[in-house]
Design a protein around this ligand. Sequence first.
Ligand SMILES: [Zn+2]
Length: 52
Amino acid sequence: MKTKECPSCAMEVDAESKTCPVCHYEFTNHSMGIKFVAILLVLLFLLYLIFL
Ligand SMILES: [Zn+2]
């Protein structure tokens, strides 16, 4: 069984689980999160250019 470390309580939990069984931390898809932040930064940059 693959495991991953919970960033909230540092427990080894099932890699497939969406939430930590110990502290109920919600695991998010990191690649999706980074993509979302990148898009947000680009939008902010474009708004900055428009209103300059
Ligand atoms: Zn946890």
